[in-house]
Design a protein around this ligand. Structure first.
Ligand SMILES: Cc1ncc(COP(=O)(O)O)c(C=O)c1O
Length: 641
């Protein structure tokens, strides 16, 4: 069946057909001709790969990689279950057992934090799959592999011309695999490449690819005849395809640029639907540069996904989903895996939908895809099919990603009756956790707390000090005596020195207080906030106190954010071993100076009532408490909770 707006369309981007003809006139259409070498050289030079070998498919690249790993029956290979079959089948063919690990809710890549627990004495290889052209957390994965003496084979089938911390995907692991299948960014019908980054594997890779012979050595004049030396197969790419591929690679930047435009347009047009809580858009971590291989949306549940897909189909638009998680497939089950073992994978795979994305997708067609999606939600809302947005409830996408379930906050002061209605509606809309702040005198009734899993997690006290322009706090004795140096964020290129301090900043907070939040998630939350503050995403300035020049282990820091005429302290922390030495006062003084220099009229800081040392310090420094709020967490029971 053909669609008015197909899911994918192959592209002739430049001189592909001309190069195919040229390959014929050059007199070599089998393997390893002029264009084959040109493609390999381009990848090697542009992506910093030691040796690239063109092969007939991404699957073939994975199979060669698996053969090179020298596995024995029963050896174990760690990989996500949310991937294409070839990732697993390549290793199963050589007798290994796939060990499936769950994925991260933000990128849908293997969750690096779960890898170490899956390692046994039989583990030999880790296979990170860079889903959608967004890199896995490779620093962590390579470090785990180094510590446990494992090999890393990157499945970068979707990751050609994408980068992690500036390094090309496929160039980081010991081996990497690319695909040029017609659905990929750069195509030749069917095709792939094996990237060899560890020199130990180059010679054998050439032999296995060429029927187990040392023919490549013969061509280089290193042996006087070639012969059968290992058990390989024919894993070469025909020169006709390499010629076509080279035409595509010459247009790599133009193709990537257009895909990026389409991706960003989807992202912009779909943002309102995410804000309303109907869907979630893809996330790209700051350290990753995507190649915009695909655009997906995550719907609220499988039924909504299937209904939307059918609705689009009826309008002549093909949107598709993948993958059936491998651990739930008949082959996966033959390795004794069971449904329910990888909850994040199973949940996200059931809710994901890929939208049309190809070079020649016109603006009008793209807009129509979005319009139809909006219509679908409008119509469903009227039918009561999909939960309406809840007035006064804001969906928190960052928090939802971090915790892996739907999180929202109630943005108004609600009467008991309104609060009940909002929490009921939030439960129906699939929320797990709702934040709510009420003014001091308005405690939430016990029966509401009982009915909706509510707990009082904080009494937040906000202090304020009026500042006069030109006021400047006199330099602190600690600084004049050169005991402490205070540096601005600009002096810190490395993001990690604030990690431990940021966690200390949160120790009295509701995230540590609420026993339903795993402590590691709470620590991670503050660690990320510390890093984002230092990058000036969550703060306009950060002052870091350093003793004895020890910039790697600062003694304390304060992050200041400016909102109109007010400066606000977003985080403040002093390391336990440096407390009671006047550092808190010193950091506050820097924040005050920063605010008065910018002619701001006041400085505000919020802390927990139970953090009495902080409350006393602020009062001593002339701050007055202006509001006290009760902060609640409601843990809603719902099927996804
Ligand atoms: C993650 C992943 N691995 C492997 C492959 C296999 O590549 P090919 O289709 O070129 O054999 C694909 C392609 O669909 C893929 O997406």
């Amino acid at each position: 069946m053909s669609y008015r707006i197909p899911f994918n369309k192959p592209l002739i981007a430049g001189k592909e057909l001309y190069y195919v003809a040229e390959a014929v006139t050059r007199g070599n259409v089998a393997a390893d001709g002029y264009f084959n070498k040109a493609c390999c050289r381009l990848f090697e030079q542009q992506f910093g790969i030691k040796k690239v070998l063109l092969v007939p498919s991404g699957t073939a690249a994975l199979e060669l990689a698996a053969m090179l790993c020298g596995l024995k029956p029963g050896d174990e290979v760690i990989m996500p279950s949310y991937t294409f079959v070839s990732t697993a089948s390549a290793f199963v063919r050589v007798g290994a057992r796939p060990v499936f690990v769950d994925i991260r809710p933000d990128t849908l890549n293997v969750d690096e934090k779960l890898i170490e627990a899956a390692i046994t004495e039989r583990t030999r290889v880790i296979v990170p799959v860079h889903y959608a052209g967004i890199g896995c957390e490779m620093d962590t994965i390579m470090e785990i592999a180094r510590r446990h003496n494992l090999l890393v084979v990157e499945d970068a089938a979707q990751g050609v011309n994408a980068f992690y911390k500036g390094r090309a995907l496929g160039s980081i692991g010991h081996l990497g695999c690319y695909s040029f299948h017609e659905t990929k960014n750069f195509i030749c019908g069917e095709g792939g490449a094996l990237c060899v980054n560890d020199e130990r594997f180059i010679e054998r890779a050439e032999i296995l690819r060429d029927k187990g012979t040392n023919r490549q050595k013969f061509f280089r004049g290193e042996v006087d005849k070639y012969t059968w030396v290992d058990v390989g197969s024919s894993y070469v790419m025909a020169e006709l395809l390499a010629a076509f591929l080279y035409g595509q690679l010459e247009q790599m930047e133009a193709i990537s640029h257009r895909r990026r435009e389409i991706f960003e347009r989807y992202d912009e047009l779909l943002a309102p639907l995410e804000e309303e809580g109907f869907l979630r858009r893809p996330r790209i971590p700051a350290e990753c540069q995507s190649n915009y291989h695909l655009y997906y949306i995550l719907l609220q549940d499988a039924a909504t996904r299937d209904a939307l897909m059918a609705y689009l189909k009826a309008q002549g638009i093909l949107a598709v989903f993948h993958y059936v998680p491998l651990h739930t497939s008949p082959m996966g089950q033959s390795f004794s895996y069971k449904v329910g073992q990888l909850p994040v994978t199973e949940d996200l795979a059931s809710r994901l939908l890929r939208l049309p994305l190809f070079y020649t997708l016109g603006e009008k067609d793209q807009e129509e895809v979005v319009t139809r999606i909006k219509q679908f939600f409008g119509a469903s809302k009227a039918n009561g099919g999909v939960p309406a947005t809840v007035p006064g409830l804001e969906y928190l996408s960052w928090d939802s990603d971090h915790f892996g379930f739907r999180v929202g906050k109630i943005t108004t002061q609600a009467s008991d009756c309104q609060l009940r209605q909002m929490l009921e509606a939030a439960r129906t809309a699939g929320y797990t956790l709702i934040y709510y702040r009420s003014v001091q005198e308005k405690l939430v009734a016990d029966d509401i707390l009982r009915q909706f899993g509510g707990i009082l997690v904080d009494n937040a006290v906000t202090f304020e000090k009026q500042l006069r322009t030109g006021d400047s706090v006199t330099p602190d004795q600690l600084v004049t005596d050169k005991l402490v140096e205070v540096l601005s964020a600009d002096n810190f290129k490395d993001e990690s020195p604030l990690d431990e301090l940021a966690i200390v900043a949160g120790q009295y907070s509701r995230f540590f207080q609420d026993v339903r939040i795993p402590p590691d998630r709470a620590r991670e939350l503050y660690r990320i906030w510390g890093r984002r503050a230092l990058r000036r995403e969550l703060a306009d300035e950060v002052f870091v106190a350093v003793q004895n020049g020890d910039v790697a282990r600062p003694a304390g820091f304060v992050a200041v954010k400016v909102e109109e005429r007010t400066a606000r302290i977003s985080l403040i922390s002093v390391a336990p071993m440096h407390q009671r030495q006047g550092l808190g006062r010193l950091l506050m003084a820097y924040a005050e100076n920063y605010a008065s220099e910018r002619k701001l009229s006041r400085l505000m800081v919020t802390t927990q009532f139970r953090n009495q040392p902080a409350c006393r310090l602020y009062e001593k420094m002339g701050y007055t408490p202006v509001t006290v709020e009760n902060v609640y967490h409601f843990w809603l029971d719902n099927t996804k909770g």
